[in-house]
Design a protein around this ligand. Structure first.
Ligand code: FUB
Length: 322
């Protein structure tokens, strides 16, 4: 059996693992990295993925079952390229796979595909979710059944282009002592395929109650939002991108405001860092990726898992392998 420092999937490159417990098993919904010759740049052209596999496990860290292709870009009518980090949700007998891709105008949108089983196959709706943009969807169904889709990522993820509620191709990440770009959330309608109302910004505050600043690259949101709830506390965790940390913030409401609470993980091998957090069989786990399996190639990543513990104030600590 693997140790907690080994890649848990080695027969293909995988990244951006979104973990959920469905039907008593732990399911992973990752990106499927593939080899290619695209330029490695700040727009993320090197991440040129065309399909998704779903994986499951009954013990952590494995063995892991590969359920095969669950969705391919050829079956997404609106998508032109780059199937990036997905997530999944269950409601009323259906499973929903949320995924970002570039549309025919090269703008990232978020689509949804529906299946009857957690492992798929999934059938994509013909259009992306109306009003969706940017990348890295994270679905969250609260205890009262309310469902939300958190999303966003800056630089290649284009979130900075949506500060005016329309796509501004010339916009760049702000600099200086101004508020940082914020992740977004849309409340999902009962059909789980559209937003009920408009998309909102999620505030992340510092210890003084001020919005994190654009120049605070060690703490500001970059991409990969993940929401989980434990003992009434809502946790928003995310990647700080170009400083390569996983960070988190806490709130008493899924819509925030969230207050920055600390770092989860230091930089790993490879540029990106992306994760999810899940409780399974009485333990909490952090699933994340690095580029160790490919010897450090940014676009060829592998999934790892680590145990996570909480102190009495609800602050999180990842247990690192000795
Ligand atoms: O896998 C492509 C992109 O890289 C994801 O959408 C980001 O979160 C980063 O991991």
């Amino acid at each position: 059996m693997n140790s907690l420092d080994d890649p848990i999937i080695t027969h293909m490159y995988t990244a951006d693992p979104s973990a959920h417990v469905f039907e008593g098993k732990l399911y992973l919904y990752p990106s499927h990295d593939r080899e290619g010759n695209n330029e490695d740049n700040d727009l993320g052209d090197q991440y040129d993925m065309v399909d998704y596999h779903v994986f499951s496990m009954e013990t952590v860290p494995g063995p892991v079952t590969d359920h095969g292709v669950a969705l391919t870009i050829e079956d997404v009518p609106w998508a032109s390229k780059q199937l990036w980090a997905p997530d999944a949700a269950y409601k009323d007998g259906n499973y929903y796979l949320y995924f970002p891709a570039r549309d025919e105008d090269n703008i990232f949108r978020i689509g949804v595909a529906i299946g009857e089983r957690p492992e798929g196959p999934f059938k994509a709706l013909p259009q992306p979710i109306p009003g969706s943009y940017s990348i890295d969807p994270c679905s969250f169904v609260d205890d009262d059944g309310s469902a939300y889709l958190f999303f966003g990522g800056i630089w290649g993820g284009q979130l900075q282009n949506w500060e005016k509620d329309h796509f501004d191709a010339s916009a760049e990440e702000p600099t200086g002592n101004v508020p940082a770009v914020l992740p977004r959330v849309g409340k999902l309608a009962a059909d789980m395929t559209s937003f009920d109302g408009s998309v909102q910004k999620i505030q992340i505050l510092d210890e003084n109650g001020s919005l994190l600043r654009a120049d605070d690259h060690d703490r500001r949101f970059f991409e990969g939002p993940w929401i989980h709830k434990r003992n009434g506390i809502y946790y928003l965790s995310y990647s700080t991108g170009n400083t390569h940390y996983l960070a988190y913030a806490k709130a008493d409401n899924p819509l925030g405001p969230f207050t920055y609470a600390g770092r989860l993980l230091d930089p790993v091998i490879g540029w990106t860092t992306h994760h999810s957090i899940v409780e399974y069989k009485g333990k909490w786990y952090l699933f994340h990726h690095d580029s160790s399996l490919s010897g450090g190639l940014n676009h060829l990543r592998c999934i790892k898992v680590k145990e996570l513990v909480y102190d009495e104030q609800g602050n999180m600590k990842v247990l690192l392998p000795e």
